[in-house]
Design a protein around this ligand. Structure first.
Ligand SMILES: [Zn+2]
Length: 418
């Protein structure tokens, strides 16, 4: 039995919709996954994510949770689902990306990465094995291999060395991952995952906070039953070098994973490079597994990546921008600090169905922001998440109607007109 199941439901060019079934929820793809770095999606309660926003999967961050509150604490409390009360699907990253960002504090060897905690300077060591052990303790539905992410402008030799090590680390990750599954170290294990796909319905009762004691799924009958274990995704590296991307893809597919991610994009390279890599790579990736573009991006990036065949995304932009007063809308980005909104009684986005747009004006949000009220960040983050999730819903609807090309043209032209 497999840990996850993924089926294509419609295809329009390279763009496709699908249903990803994990042991805890059913997820329509293409999907945007809100980022919950510290076991919280910043500024928004799980109640809203479960009801109005109906997010089916969110991210947890291995590096941050390892340092604080610590793996032992989370394991003692029954894993990340129980600790945080988020009972739908989770995906955890490997921790590598954060550690490699600590350029002055780390040392990379074949064995792993030695670094100093950004919190208290303690010396720590992260390796494929350690990453798998932490991710088993967190107990997410989808776990990522530990990879090395070279800088976006890395030369061909540095990139080749890096992706060769990434392939060796991927094998070590998979070996340790399988041992941990057998040892029963995954805190999120469900002995009867098939039981989750019975009588649950899509939550369409907006604004009503529901009891989240049971996992939720779409009302679809499973085609295969799931193993109840975690799924492991491989990561394709190779920066902007197409030849190396192909090599990394071949090595990763040879090892064999439940899904495949594209790493090392949106790390400082030109946008055109990202689109070129996606166009080249997505078509060559296994078509019967989800394709996940890590850490990307703006609404335009999402639409452009779906156009090239990507199914899964995560990005901190909705909440990060929300905290600085920057809102994403169907006619482009706006900054609420701008004086032009001082007496603007319109919502952030007239077309947005979210509860913030249905109630609050730009003038009021601007006042909250300038008065340094915490509600400003909360409300704008909420709207931004709603906008990203709603955009993905529109993307899926357009693909199902074979009108994605038209949708893409109109969406991009409206966003760039602002
Ligand atoms: Zn809104």
């Amino acid at each position: 039995m497999k840990p996850i199941d993924w089926q294509v439901t419609a295809q329009d060019g390279e763009a496709r919709t699908g249903i990803l079934r994990t042991r805890r929820s059913e997820i329509e793809t293409p999907v945007f996954m809100p980022v919950g770095t510290q076991a919280t999606v910043k500024g928004i309660r799980y109640e809203w994510l479960e009801t109005e926003l109906d997010a089916r999967i969110i991210l947890g961050n291995t590096y941050h949770l390892w340092l604080r509150p610590g793996v032992d604490v989370i394991r003692e409390l029954g894993g990340l689902h129980k600790f945080s009360t988020w009972n739908r699907s989770l995906l955890t990253d490997s921790g590598g990306f954060q550690v490699f960002s600590l350029t002055d504090l780390r040392k990379i060897t074949e064995e792993g990465v030695e670094f100093r905690s950004h919190i208290d300077g303690t010396k720590m060591f992260l390796s494929p094995e350690v990453s798998m052990e932490i991710q088993a303790a967190l107990g997410a539905e989808i776990v990522m291999v530990f990879d090395e992410c070279p800088p976006g402008d890395a030369g061909i030799e540095q990139t080749r060395k890096s992706l060769e090590m990434t392939a060796r680390w991927a094998t070590r990750s998979k070996n340790r991952f399988e041992e941990l599954q057998e040892l029963g170290m995954d805190t999120g294990f469900l002995s009867e995952p098939s039981a989750i796909v019975e009588e649950f319905q899509v939550s369409n009762s907006k604004f009503q906070v529901k009891n989240n004691s049971q996992p939720e799924t779409l009302n679809l009958k499973p085609e295969t039953s799931l193993s109840g274990h975690q799924a492991l995704f491989g990561i394709i590296q190779g920066a902007g070098h197409l030849k190396l991307r192909r090599e990394s893809l071949e090595k990763t597919v040879e090892i064999g994973f439940d899904g495949y991610a594209i790493g090392g994009l949106s790390v400082g390279e030109e946008k055109s490079v990202m689109y070129e890599v996606l166009e080249f790579l997505a078509q060559k990736m296994p078509q019967d597994a989800p394709k996940y573009l890590m850490g990307v991006g703006t609404p335009e990036d999402l639409v452009e990546a779906v156009y090239r065949g990507v199914d899964m995304f995560d990005c901190v932009l909705p909440t990060r921008n929300g905290r600085t007063g920057s809102a994403f809308t169907s006619s482009g980005k706006l900054n609420i600090r701008n004086a032009q909104f001082a007496i603007d009684s319109e919502p952030l986005d007239n077309e947005c169905p979210c509860s913030v747009c249905r109630r609050y004006s730009k003038a009021y949000l601007r006042h909250l922001y300038l008065s340094k009220e915490m509600l400003a960040s909360i409300l704008i983050s909420h709207h931004n998440l709603a906008f990203f999730l709603d955009t993905m819903k529109k993307v899926r609807d357009a693909i199902k109607l074979s009108k994605f090309g038209e949708f893409r043209r109109e969406f991009l032209s409206r966003i760039s007109n602002n």
